[in-house]
Design a binder for this molecule. Structure first.
Ligand code: ADP
Ligand code: MG
Length: 697
């Protein structure tokens, strides 16, 4: 065995470790719990906890933690040591079944969106046995869900697990109708491609905006940006190479199947793609990936930026959520099959996704909304804020033929009538790619491309799973009572295409003409977080999530509040940081520089009145104007910031932040960037875009 295959998963308490270390009956119980959600009883849990502890101690662990994903979007852990006193001044290492199954972190500082009053500040964490325990930095981490005492979900994992259950329930109903009796469960799978930037640590340390907000709030365009596309797939330098090597090795130990890595379009930008896995595990793994990227970059004297738009005018970072539906027998339900029969099943699942994306455009939009991603969606590198589906010409022609009851002409020029049992076979065309679509079919899966780079993938997948579960529920309701299954199936597929084809768009999503066309089609265009947030609490969406037991009405309201709260906080911090940098760094530097210019002007005049001082005069005059504007805007911004506390409605406040604060921040930036362009670089108080972007070359 190579060292990689040996170390892969070496820090994970996975199935093979459990098989080795657990008594047969307990192992079986754990498997049942993983596959069918059966709760583990306390006796079995005690045995598992003991085995886990012994294994972890052998691997050098001294502590354990319930590892959970509060609504901040990052992970949380509170370490407890295994040490337990035995009375005579000595200790033993202990870990009980109860400690494994349930924890009670003091959770009052995590956002709850009003779900938890402070008098009942404690939440509890509960083991998710479907995601394996692992060791990170000498700590045994137990993936857990995080709930309030009223069992309301305070985290991102619980709703995701519930949405997996919803699509399992409804998917099985549909699968049964096709006579599949061997399938006992259905799950969704995800491969999340992660984009990020790497910067030199020393450069980063000199940028307060990056430190406080993760993005540059000032910065004039460098003479060279990404125009030449010479970074994309380019040779990776040795420092970054060393980082990637360590990152891969650490991820592999944790069982994360990091597979490909390459340079992205922007200078300093990279991407990592893992091999896909079950959605809730993919979500855990993506969190770990983001965390390790940041800690390992530090070790190599670099900083990993996960912000969606760290640099204005340069491509931002996203996350491509490759998503599919899979049976426990290993069939990918979004893979066109070899037989017409399999193809009919494929088409029905495809229609379920088309319908879901059309019906729940608003929820999908919200699921990727954040202050950071607002800068990216609709810019040049990412899909617009309008949902649409790319199918590719082959599949699109087939759907059109079905819709119109027409003959379909395939690539071999054969004509065929498309009925349920005479569906054409069509090749998976991997060259037919559209990189501008927010939601693209890529042969056997969909690639949801609107996700921002820093956010957890849970939210978008909760929406996808639940919305598709709803389509499947409605389909099953019709088909289960159909007199003639085949006729009903055919009609259902045709009617779904007719009703939802407006969401299908195979053209260039970056083109402005598409936005016009989308409007004509009645598709939603919700450019920013405050614009889309109100849809969260639409009756239709509350009903959807309640029906499938994914979010209660309270849980939805909590998430709505947190989304807006978070948006406001981000803009508030950014505005304050801009002012801080302006007053403490930019203006003093400009002042120092203008003094030099003024001195030079005076000395020239002293030598002779006729000396040309056009350089000094011109620049001094420009600074005069720019400084005046900067001060004016900063006063307006300050007064806006003061108004924040006066709002009682979170939506109005978010709108205010967008319309007033953000607008003024943009104006201030324009002015300061103009100052940067005429300031002697020795006086500019921070590294410029050129320094930052090309710091690793
Ligand atoms: P590309 O041509 O886009 O690079 P890949 O086959 O490399 O396509 O896949 C890109 C991502 O999609 C990878 O993370 C991969 O694991 C994931 N992926 C592939 N098949 C599936 C699937 N059935 N479900 C979810 N993700 C998948
Ligand atoms: Mg991709």
């Amino acid at each position: 065995m190579s060292s990689v295959t040996e170390s892969f998963g070496s820090m994970v308490f996975n199935e093979s470790v459990m098989r080795q270390r657990l008594p047969k009956d307990v192992f079986k119980q754990v498997q049942l719990s993983i596959n069918n959600g059966k709760r583990l009883d306390i006796t079995a849990a005690t045995v598992v906890a003991n085995a886990m502890k012994d294994w972890a101690i052998e691997k050098g662990a001294t502590h354990f933690t319930h590892w959970f994903q509060p609504m901040t979007g990052i992970t949380a852990e509170k370490h407890d040591s295994f040490i337990s006193p035995v009375g005579d001044g000595r200790v033993i290492m202990e870990f009980s079944g109860k400690e494994l199954i349930q924890g009670e972190p003091d959770a009052s500082s995590f956002p709850s969106g009003g779900l938890r009053a402070t008098f009942e500040a404690r939440g509890y964490t509960a083991w998710d046995p479907t995601s394996y325990a692992f060791i990170k930095d000498g700590v045994l981490c137990i993936p857990t869900a995080f709930c309030s005492y009223g069992a309301e979900a305070l985290d991102k994992k619980t709703p995701l697990l519930r949405s997996m259950e919803a699509i399992n329930r409804q998917g099985l109903r549909v699968i049964r109708l096709f006579g599949n009796t061997d399938v006992t469960s259905i799950r969704t799978t995800v491969g999340a491609e992660q984009e990020y930037f790497l910067l030199d640590q020393e450069m980063y340390n000199k940028r307060k905006d990056l430190i406080f907000t993760g993005r540059t709030l000032y910065g004039a365009k460098p003479p060279k940006g990404q125009e030449l596309d010479d970074h994309y797939f380019g040779v990776i330098n040795s420092r970054v190479q060393a980082f990637m090597k360590e990152l891969n090795s650490e991820l592999w130990k944790l069982g994360v199947m990091a597979k490909t890595e390459h340079k992205e379009v922007a200078p300093g930008q990279y991407e990592l793609a893992p091999i896909f896995t079950t959605t809730n595990i993919a979500a855990d793994h993506n969190q770990l990936t983001m965390e390790l990227m940041q800690t390992i970059a530090k070790k190599h004297g670099m900083v990993c930026l996960l912000h969606e738009k760290p640099f204005d005018g340069v491509n931002g970072s996203g996350k491509h959520n490759n998503w599919s539906i899979c049976t426990n027998t290993g069939i990918n339900l979004l893979e066109p099959g070899d037989t017409p029969y399999e193809n009919a099943q494929f088409l029905l699942f495809l229609c379920a996704v088309i319908k879901a994306v059309d019906d729940y455009q608003d929820m999908l939009r919200i699921s990727v909304a954040s202050a950071g991603n607002d800068h990216r969606l609709g810019a040049n590198e990412a899909p617009p804020a309008v949902l649409s589906i790319f199918l590719g010409s082959e599949l699109d022609n087939i759907l059109t033929a079905i819709e119109n009851d027409e003959l379909y002409i395939n690539k071999e020029k054969e004509q065929m009538k498309v009925g349920v049992h005479v569906l054409p076979k069509f090749p998976k065309d991997t060259t037919d790619r559209n990189r501008t679509s927010p939601f693209a079919f890529t042969g056997n899966k969909f690639e949801f491309r609107m996700l921002g780079s820093s956010a957890s993938i849970s939210g978008p997948n909760v929406v996808l799973n639940t919305a598709v579960a709803e389509s499947l529920r409605l389909f099953a309701d019709v088909l289960e009572v159909a007199e003639d299954f085949e006729v009903a199936l055919h009609d259902l597929i045709r009617d779904t295409i007719k009703k939802h084809k407006r969401i299908i768009f195979n053209g260039n999503g970056y083109d402005d003409a598409w936005l016009e066309e989308a409007k004509r089609r009645g598709l939603l265009n919700l450019p920013t977080t405050p614009d889309c947030s109100p849809c969260y609490i639409n009756e239709k969406n509350i009903t959807l999530f309640a029906r499938h037991k994914v979010y209660s009405e309270n849980e939805i309201y909590a998430r709505y509040e947190i989304k807006l709260e978070n948006y406001v906080k981000v803009i508030h911090i950014e505005a304050s940081t801009m002012l801080d940098i302006l007053w403490k760094d930019v203006l003093p530097s400009v002042n120092a520089y203008t003094k030099v210019l003024a001195d030079s002007l005076l000395s020239k005049k002293e030598i002779s009145d006729s000396m040309s001082c056009s350089y000094e005069t011109m620049i001094l005059e420009r600074f005069e104007g720019l400084t005046g504007s900067a001060i004016q805007i900063s006063k307006e911004l300050e007064s806006d910031i003061k108004k924040i506390n006066g709002f009682t409605n979170s939506l109005s406040l978010a709108m205010f932040c967008k319309n007033e604060l953000l607008a003024k921040m943009n104006r201030l930036r324009t002015v300061v960037d103009q100052m940067e362009l005429i300031t002697d670089r020795r006086y500019w108080p921070m590294p410029d875009y050129g320094d930052l972007l090309f710091s690793l070359k």
